[in-house]
Every structure is written in C-alpha cells, then in structure tokens.
Design a protein around this ligand. Structure first.
Ligand SMILES: Nc1ncnc2c1ncn2[C@@H]1O[C@H](COP(=O)(O)OP(=O)(O)OP(=O)(O)O)[C@@H](O)[C@H]1O
Length: 358
C-alpha cells in the first residue's frame, strides 16, 4: 500500500448537539492520506463545527474520529497531530514573526536548534524570511496569513485544518494566496481539510469536495464529479456559477420532456407520463439553433457582458428563467425569440423530490 492509499482522517457516526439542538447528524467520511478535502455548504450547515471537532476544539456528542488510524475522539488538540489555520490569523501581536512561528514549538519543549531549523524552513517555503523580525501589526493581511500558515507548518502535523483562511483578504490577494496554498499542498503532500463558502476555492483546491447541508453530507466527489453529476438539485444549484438551470418540466406520453410548451428528447428509459420532473442544464451547454426540433423557444431579456464571457438571461414560457452562456460569434438582441437546445448527454433529470434520475 502506498502512503496515498492510506487513510488520513476517518469520521464515523459523528454527531454534534448544542443543548437540545442537533447541528451535525451522523457524518461518515473517509479522507485519504494526502488528499486536499474541502467542506462547502451554505452558512450554518455545520462546516466549521465539523472541522473544530476534528481539531478537538469542540467535543463530539456521538461517534468517532480517527487520524492516521489512531482514535483521537477524546484526545486534546495538541495530541492529535493536527495544526489549524484560522480566518482571524490568531497571531500574538506583541511577538515578532520569528517568535510567533516558534511559540508552539517552545511550549512543546522542542530543542533550540530544531526550532531554528523548522522556523527557517517554514519562512523559506512561505517566502517570509525577510519579515522575521517584524511584528504582526507591521504586516499586510496576506503576510499575516502566511505567518499563520507558517505556524502550522513548523509543527509538522499529519493533517492541516483551514477554517476560511482567506476570507479577510481582498479579491486579488485571495487568488494569489489560493495558489500558494495549492503549491504548499503539492510540496508538503499532507492531508489538508479546508472549510470555505467560496466555491471557486473549493473547485480549484480540492481533490475531494464534501457538500454539506443542515449537518448532513449531500455529496462527496472530485470537483468534476460534483459539477457534472450532482446527485440532487441542491448540489446542482450550489456548485457552479452561474448555477445549473433547473427547470420545471414533465414527462410527455412519448417519453419526451415537455418544457414550456415544447418537447425535447430524453435519454431515459423509465418515465411516467404526466409526472413532474426538474430538467437541469448548465449555461455553457446550451446552444442557439435555427429551428424547433428537439429545442425550446425562449425570449431574450438581457445580456450580461463580463469581458471573456457573456451570459444571456432568457424567459421560458410565462415564469421560468434560463441563463445561456454565449459562444464566440453569437449575438442576440434583447427582446428576440430564440430556439435553444443542448447535447443529450449534458441533460440532467431530477424527480419531484430533487433526486437525480438521469
Ligand atoms: N457554540 C454554539 N452554540 C450553539 N449553536 C452553535 C454553536 N456553534 C455553532 N452553532 C450552530 O451550529 C450550526 C452550524 O454552525 P457552523 O458554524 O458549523 O456552520 P458553518 O457551516 O461553518 O457556517 P458559516 O459558513 O456561516 O461559518 C449553526 O446553526 C450554528 O448556529
């Protein structure tokens, strides 16, 4: 078995209640050693609580947590082989960067030469060697976050835990720090668990994305899996920006999909005539065509111009909206009627409860 086939972190039946309120409902999750795993989901879904339970900062109400095969459920944070990086940086303002980096190691009574070596290495990896004598107040936000990450690196943890580490940075800095974190993962090869509500971070950083809703896992998979094959309308609507178009439709008697008064072919064997379904299609998979076979008619409302990309907002029938990503050369004026279609293999179907059926 190679190192990467081993198990980094395993959660079984993990629950959390605050008083009478249960917020995490029995999570089972296995994270491969060395994987970069991102927890995403709407505000309040339990991402941070789950991460804090893995860190040992929050007690589990039920279930078990193992790190590299060792049950750590009842261990102190310092005994778990983890290091956590917080959104707030949590640096000591009166200490120099060097002392901030060394602090945890000094507390653990690590030898001085070992401390110097690890601090030097971390500073080099993060390119903060020239800042070692400054205090946090003399650093930019991005530099502070580097020091916070450095403090995690010097501990040589088995698992890095990141709780929205880039949320306090401006948009440009977020992008460059995101690349830094990806580089760090490539260089160090540790298991990393990262909480964010930013799905671009999730898509670009993750080997595996875990999508949470109301304290439960909705889907786990590679960014591509969850984008192309969402298991339900929640995941389909959550991953991707703009989101997947999710349109109310129904099966026709002939096994086609009736959508806004038009019929389009469906590549599904089982169907129940008249049953309501949800038809899903991503904006980039929609094509504008000349005629009405296997297509639906829509009215163009307005176009959003984003430089390299243009999105056309259309109305379908009386009440449904649809976003289409325009291709190079396509140009359609507001108010015009268009016929739209999509390659059959890109069409997604969900039942009335939102579960994927094809
Ligand atoms: N100490 C606490 N006492 C009571 N309820 C709490 C406590 N901490 C968290 N919660 C509740 O648990 C639920 C999950 O919170 P959590 O912070 O894990 O969500 P989150 O997904 O990280 O949200 P966000 O993206 O807004 O940070 C929420 O309903 C929250 O109000």
């Amino acid at each position: 078995m190679t190192e990467r086939d081993g198990i980094g972190v395993a959660l079984s039946g993990v629950r959390k209640s605050f008083g009478a309120l249960q917020v995490v409902h029995g999570i089972d999750l296995t994270i491969r050693d060395g994987d970069f795993v991102v927890f995403v989901g709407p505000s309040g879904c339990g991402k941070s609580t789950l991460l804090r339970m893995i860190a040992g900062l929050e007690e589990v109400s039920d279930g078990e947590i193992a790190i590299k095969g060792r049950d750590v459920t009842d261990l102190d944070p310092s005994e778990r082989g983890i290091a956590m990086v917080f959104q707030s940086y949590a640096l000591y303002p009166h200490m120099s960067v060097r002392d901030n980096l060394a602090f945890g190691l000094k507390m653990a009574r690590t030898e001085r030469t070992e401390i110097e070596q690890r601090v030097g290495q971390a500073a080099e990896i993060l390119k903060i060697d020239h800042l070692l004598d400054r205090r946090p107040g003399q650093l930019s936000g991005g530099q502070r976050q580097r020091v916070a990450i450095g403090r995690a690196i010097v501990r040589k943890p088995d698992v890095f835990l990141f709780d929205e580490p880039l949320s306090n940075l401006d948009a440009e800095l977020r992008v460059s720090m995101r690349a830094e974190i990806a580089r760090l993962h490539r260089e160090l090869g540790n298991t990393m668990i990262y909480v964010t509500h930013d799905q671009t971070e999730a898509m670009t950083l993750a080997d595996q994305i875990v999508i949470l809703r109301d304290g439960r896992i909705e889907q786990t998979g590679t960014p591509r899996d969850v984008y192309e094959n969402p298991v339900n309308t929640f995941v389909a609507g959550f991953i991707g920006s703009p989101r997947m178009n999710l349109l109310d439709a129904e099966w026709s008697g002939s096994g086609k999909v009736r959508l806004a008064g038009c019929e389009i072919g469906a590549c599904l064997d089982s169907f129940r005539p008249g049953e309501r379904i949800v038809f899903g299609i991503r904006p980039e998979h929609i094509r504008i065509v000349a005629g009405g076979t296997d297509a639906v008619q829509a009215t163009v409302e307005f176009t959003e111009y984003l430089g390299g990309t243009r999105y056309v907002y259309c109305r379908l029938g009386d009440a449904q909206n649809l976003v289409v990503e325009l291709r190079e050369g396509d140009d359609i004026p507001s108010g015009s009627a268009v016929w739209l279609t999509a390659p059959p293999e890109r069409r997604r179907y969900f039942d009335g409860n939102g579960a994927r059926i094809g």
